[in-house]
Design a protein around this ligand. Structure first.
Ligand code: ADP
Ligand code: MG
Length: 328
């Protein structure tokens, strides 16, 4: 936020607020917020894993989303990419654009962001603060032992396909809410929680790094996201519609057809979809359970290409929409 002197001082007050609330004292942060750039120490024998994701008000979250939830979700969706790579997230940069230098908003944003950051001891090490329509751009950096990152490209014919947790809750909440969020009151609280406060599967990612052949986080929709695994691995994937895991909350509010839409193509789940040599299933499901994460077998990797959603008779189910796509 540049321009008049008073606005410029607000900008630095906001940066100071973010630094004091989210800076986190880590020895690997040699220089954090306050210089022209951060200086970070990557442990010997490790590689840096980086990604960035932007959240725009009214596109990635309903306009009436609470500031605390915007803070939590913007970090969660970025951490989810670290989980999918089997990386341990360590540092984050925040490009914050907002209509006015609103201290109360930033405090509440920092509350939600900080609650999740503290769980993983993540340090905010820099960013940028500008005026404009509300948008939150995060760049997250994590580490993996050299050569061990979990990729989309390793699925092999014969592998089994799994997904963590349950699918479709966030999409069901969003469908009832709408991006303009006028009908807030009639959305089930458990579904709303999945939309506003997704839980990145960091611990599961670390287990899967040692075991899975391929992994992706479900952000755009299961079928669309598995499509990337299929392309990058040079395989086909078959998914059994009736195997897709649903929460009790989702079962209570949807009929079978609508539920399948939410689960297969709704998106915003931030679960991990992964492939595994079938022989390893028991061990890995046990290790995931120890990490506090359930997983369900939903299909198999086959020769060929593309992702096919199948009913119990093995017939392909056509979806109106495979997943969320910008500019579509
Ligand atoms: P410069 O003009 O050199 O780009 P800035 O004035 O934009 O520097 O930022 C000053 C310091 O504050 C930098 O260390 C920058 O990384 C940090 N910073 C700015 N905005 C944010 C933000 N939203 N979150 C975290 N750190 C920020
Ligand atoms: Mg500078």
């Amino acid at each position: 936020v540049t321009g008049s002197t008073s606005e410029a001082s607000s900008e630095f007050e906001l940066i100071d607020l973010l630094r004091s609330r989210l800076g986190c004292d880590r020895p690997d942060v040699r220089v954090g917020i306050g210089d022209d750039a951060a200086v970070l120490a990557v442990p010997v024998g490790h590689e840096l894993v980086v990604s960035t994701d932007t959240l725009i008000a009214g596109v990635h979250f309903p306009l009436t989303t609470r500031a605390e939830d915007i803070g939590w979700k913007s970090l969660a969706v970025n951490l989810s990419d670290m989980a999918a790579m089997g990386a341990t997230p360590v540092w984050v940069l925040l490009a914050l654009t907002m209509p006015s230098p609103d201290r109360a908003f930033v405090e509440r944003f920092a509350d939600g962001f900080g609650a999740l950051a503290a769980q993983h001891r993540i340090a905010l090490v820099g960013g940028d603060t500008t005026g404009g329509p509300l948008s939150i751009g995060l760049t997250v950096a994590g580490i993996v032992p050299a050569g061990r990152a979990l990729l989309r490209s390793g699925a092999r014919s014969g592998d089994a396909v799994f997904v963590t947790g349950t699918l479709g809750d966030a999409a069901a909440a969003l469908r009832r809410l709408g991006m303009a969020a006028r009908r807030e009151s009639d959305v089930d609280i458990a579904l709303r929680e999945r939309l506003d406060r997704p839980m990145p599967r960091i611990a599961a990612g670390l287990v899967l790094r040692e075991a899975a052949s391929a992994c992706i986080d479900v952000s755009d929709g299961l079928i669309a996201d598995l499509g990337h695994v299929a392309v990058q691995s040079g395989v086909g994937i078959e998914i059994a519609a009736s195997a897709l895991p649903a929460s009790a909350a989702l079962l209570a509010v949807s009929d079978a057809r609508e539920r399948l839409m939410f689960q297969a193509s709704g998106g915003d789940d931030y679960e991990l979809a992964f492939t595994l040599a079938a022989a390893r299933e028991q061990t890995i499901l046990r290790d995931l359970a120890s990490a506090g994460c359930g997983a369900t077998r939903i299909g198999r990797v086959v020769e060929g290409q593309g992702v096919r959603l199948l009913d119990d008779d093995g017939c392909e189910i056509a979806l109106d929409r495979r997943g969320w796509e910008h500019f579509a």
